[in-house]
Design a protein around this ligand. Structure first.
Ligand SMILES: [Zn+2]
Length: 56
């Protein structure tokens, strides 16, 4: 069984349910998958790393 932390965009609350217990709207995955075959976030992570290195 897979558990994923989800988040309601409206209330900004974390939940494990697909729908927010407060407002009832659909929640979204709070965290991107760590290992994605497409690695959509790879480029973003690299940019972030560069920025951090520069500012330190
Ligand atoms: Zn909500």
């Amino acid at each position: 069984m897979r558990t994923a932390i989800r988040r309601c965009k409206g209330c900004d609350v974390f939940t494990l349910k697909e729908h927010c217990s407060k407002c009832g709207s659909q929640t979204v995955m709070a965290l991107p998958p760590r290992y994605s075959p497409e690695d959509k976030y790879g480029d973003y992570r690299r940019k972030l790393k560069k920025l951090k290195a520069r500012s330190s």
